[in-house]
Design a protein. Sequence first.
Length: 191
Amino acid sequence: MNTLQKVLLALSVGSLMSVSAQAALNYAGQPYAGVKIGQYSPDEAEDDAVSYGVYGGYKFTPEFGIEAEYLTTSDTDAYEDRFEKSEYSADVYGLYATYDYAFPNTALYVKGRLGVAKNEIEVEITDKVSSVFNESFSVSDSGVAGGLGLGYNITPMASIEAMYNFYPTIEFDDGEDLDSNGITLGAHFKF
């Protein structure tokens, strides 16, 4: 984790803690939990993977909160030619500070989130000529992650939201980087 990522994380956690302490005086808070489905897109893969997962959080004020998520994907083709085929799957574990802006007199809101996540990709390479050359490996990295989306309060206790997400860059030993992003559609219930 580089210095900029550490500074951003410290600022977001510090801001969240100070706002939540001030808001505790006049806002009871609200927990929520939900499910999501979407698309996970690493830069180097031929196909995008179907992603699905769970998330939950707690709103300290109507605007500020904290959210955790677990996202996984299906096995998806990364590359294929006459001699070789590779597939990948991914897992993302994240913890975010959130900010919601509700549009006045509507059920619409904009949601932003920023935090840290672990992005892990498993790769399986199949040699079509000789199985001796088959291999599988896993790469992962942790760092800054976040997203921006649009939500709609169906009822006071249920919401749906569509979100663009960016995940931590995976840095390889040879100096190459793998960036991943995705879009999700989620639904959650408030308690």
